[in-house]
Design a protein around this ligand. Sequence first.
Ligand code: GN1
Ligand code: MG
Length: 369
Amino acid sequence: MDAKPLPELDRICAAFQCPGVWISSCPIPSGHINDTYCSEFEASGRRFKYVNQRINHHVFREPEKLMENVERVTRFARQRIEAEGGDADRRTLTIIPARDGKSFYRSPEGDYWRMFRFISGARTYDQVEDVRHVYAAARAFGRFQKMLARLPGERLHETIPGFHHTRGRYQAFLAAVERDAAGRAASVRPEIDFVLAREKDAGVVVDGLAAGRIPERVTHNDTKLNNVMIDDATGEGICVIDLDTVMPGSVLYDFGDSVRLGAATAAEDERDLAKVGFDLGMFDRLAAGYLDAARDFLVPAETELLAFSAGLLTLECGIRFLTDHLQGDVYFKIHRPGHNLDRARTQFRMVAEMERRQAAMEAVVGRYL
Ligand code: GN1
Ligand code: MG
């Protein structure tokens, strides 16, 4: 369903200041938005790997601004890591500049490409394989927020305006139901009703931000478990990746979204809903990891909504999947018919469980504050 021909990566790589000779490239089939590949080069008898990404410019409408954000964030991260004596080549992304010195290359086809150094000896996990990774990833996101609280300069660009504006997402969903572009609304009535019953939740965080009760911060906004590289040897969350949505936001977006996958008992697109659930033990590890890094800078308006944010962000993601299903699958990559609906259903199953366990979740957060 997304079988695009393999791009000529040797030609793409040649547009970057990458030392050595191109050997081969292969796809990295992760992520719902951009296209990612790994390329191998040989230089002075040694092999080096790089990551190539084609930015989806239908989703990210201003790739130049996006890359400006990524440049600023990685430059600042490198400074901070080096000041602490850390290995910046492994603890933050390293942009390989294009031949013209820019952080991206615009191909004759109009595509936006970028290249990063590949981080070896570490990997990402699409699903939880070891509960220690959950703690490690959550702590890495907390540390990332804490570091970026000191990012100098202007406000970052909003790479997708209203990205986590849950009420905006709710309204877009209502419009999609109304329009019913793909003729699917009648077949997903229970899912539509599930969302309609939760309208009041949609405003909680965005209204707090708008009123200044909840502080605006620099946040990652896509804190899936697989956006942290876990060191193979130590199990530490060494590098936060996928910086496309790093922009002004609320810490609640990050914490809430990390629970969505980090405390799930099944894959995001699991069809057997009997397997889909919310694991309080994993939530405990997430809260512990996140708060070990973030507890000293959070304010009460944030900490008191941490448990709530898990359900909210899971609901929001489910709304986005359902909206895309109603619109005919125009946003997220799908790999089978009904894929977005399957994803929406897992999210809603998780939301229902989180609602049921809200008091226990509050108690967990309280324990680590
Ligand atoms: C998308 O492409 P990926 O997998 O990093 C999406 C996130 C969703 C996620 C759902 C820019 O992220 O917001 O939470 O899918 N990113 C964008 O798995 O829309
Ligand atoms: Mg992403």
